[in-house]
Design a protein around this ligand. Structure first.
Ligand SMILES: [Fe+2]
Length: 357
C-alpha cells in the first residue's frame, strides 16, 4: 500500500495529529507502508559469523568469566546487526555459543523457552534434562523442550563449546516466558553413553506400548550423529542407484522429528541437517520466517540476496524472512539448520518461493 492519498498539511490537521499523540493514538494512513509491506521486509539482516572469530572469544570468556547461579550459562548470543544490539539472531530465534571448562557445572533451571544444543566439535559434557543425563558429542542434536529442568557439567579434561538455539526473542515479544531456578549442581553425575530417553525411544519404527500418548515435544533427548550421518549417506547411495531419495540432485536432507507425532521436535523450532555433494548448487529460495545454519563439515558458500559468502566448518549464518538464499558446495558440504517454521506453518503464514520453480 502506498501513502499517495495524504490530506493537505494545514494548522487544523496538525492540531488533529497533536490530539492523536496526546491521546496515544496513531493513524493508519501515515504508516501503511511499514505495517503492511508488499512482502516481508525484516529489520534483521542476513549475516555470517565465523567460527574462527567465535571460538577464541568463547575461550577468552572461559578464562575471565565464571559460570554459576545468576548468569546461569557462559553463553554468548549472536546479535543480528539489524536488531539494535540485542542478542537476537532473528526476530524469533536466539543462537549462542556456549563454553564450559573442565569440572564446571552450569546450574539447573527451567524456562518456558524451548532449547536445543548442537555440537560441532568436542566431547565430555553431559546435559542433565529432568534428571536424565545425556551425553553431548560431535554431530549430536540435544533437546531441552520448554519447562524441563536442565543443567550441564563437563567431566573431561578439555573445555567444550557448542551452540544453543532457543525461541527467546519470540517468547520475549509475546510475553510468554516463565523461569525457575533448580539445583545448584546437576542432579545426576552419571555419564552413561545413552540417556534413558534414547533407551526407551531410539529403536527405528518401534514405539513403546507404555508411551502411546502423543507429546507436544519429542521425548528423545539426543539425536545421534551416527544416525544422521547414515541417513544422509544412504540417501546419496540410493540416488546413485537411481532411486528417489534426495530433495534435489546431490542434495540429501533430513528433518529431526518427534516420534509420537512425526512433526517437528519442538512446537516453535524446526531442526534439519543438509548434505550437498561437492559441486552441488541449490536453487535460490525465499521463505517466510527465519533460519540459522551452521556448517558442520566441508566448505562452500551461501548466496544471501545475491551476495556470495564463503563458509568453513563451524561458521554460522542467519537468513531473515524472505531473504533469498542458496548454497554452493566446494567439497561435500554438511550443514545443520534450525528455523521458526513450526510457528509460521501453524499460524498459516508460511510461503515459499523457489527460483525457476
Ligand atoms: Fe536454560
Amino acid at each position: 500500500m502506498d501513502n499517495a492519498m495524504q490530506p493537505e498539511d494545514t494548522p487544523e490537521l496538525r492540531a488533529l495529529y497533536k490530539g492523536f499523540e496526546d491521546s496515544h493514538l496513531n493513524p493508519l494512513w501515515t504508516q501503511t507502508g511499514d505495517l503492511m509491506p508488499v512482502h516481508p521486509k525484516s529489520r534483521a539482516v542476513p549475516h555470517v559469523w565465523k567460527w574462527s572469530d567465535l571460538l577464541p572469544l568463547a575461550e577468552r570468556s572461559g578464562d575471565l568469566v565464571p559460570v554459576g547461579r545468576g548468569g546461569e550459562r557462559r553463553a554468548i548470543g549472536l546479535a543480528n546487526p539489524g536488531l539494535g544490539g540485542k542478542a537476537y539472531v532473528s526476530p524469533t530465534l536466539w543462537c549462542a555459543i556456549q563454553y564450559l571448562c573442565p569440572g564446571e557445572n552450569a546450574p539447573e533451571h527451567r524456562h518456558s523457552q524451548n532449547a536445543f544444543r548442537f555440537v560441532v566439535e568436542g566431547e565430555g559434557v553431559w546435559t542433565v534434562v529432568n534428571g536424565d543425563p545425556v551425553r553431548m558429542s560431535r554431530g549430536d542434536l540435544l533437546l531441552t523442550p520448554g519447562w524441563n529442568f536442565h543443567g550441564h557439567h563437563n567431566v573431561a579434561t578439555e573445555p567444550m563449546a557448542w551452540i544453543d538455539g532457543l525461541d527467546i526473542p519470540f517468547s520475549q515479544q509475546m510475553d510468554v516466558g516463565f523461569f525457575e531456578f533448580g539445583a545448584e549442581r546437576v542432579t545426576d553425575n552419571a555419564t552413561p553413553n545413552y540417556s534413558q530417553g534414547e533407551r526407551l525411544w531410539c529403536h527405528p519404527g518401534l514405539r513403546p506400548l507404555s508411551q502411546l500418548q502423543d507429546t507436544v515435544s519429542s521425548p528423545i533427548g539426543a539425536y545421534r550423529w551416527e544416525h544422521t550421518d547414515n541417513a544422509l549417506t544412504q540417501q546419496l547411495l540410493l540416488e546413485d542407484e537411481g532411486n528417489p531419495a534426495t530433495v534435489a540432485l546431490g542434495h540429501a536432507a533430513i528433518r529431526y522429528t518427534n516420534p509420537t507425532t512425526g512433526g517437528d521436535v519442538m512446537p516453535t523450532i524446526r531442526c534439519e541437517f543438509h548434505r550437498l555433494r561437492a559441486g552441488t548448487e541449490t536453487a535460490a529460495r525465499q521463505e517466510v520466517g527465519s533460519s540459522v545454519f551452521q556448517v558442520f563439515e566441508g566448505s562452500g558458500s551461501v548466496v544471501l540476496n545475491g551476495e556470495v559468502k564463503k563458509l568453513e566448518k563451524g561458521d554460522l549464518f542467519v537468513v531473515p524472512s524472505w531473504v533469498s538464499w542458496s548454497l554452493q558446495a566446494e567439497t561435500q558440504f554438511d550443514l545443520f539448520r534450525f528455523s521458526d517454521a513450526p510457528i509460521m506453518e501453524r499460524l498459516h503464514f508460511m510461503r515459499t518461493q523457489v527460483a525457476g520453480a
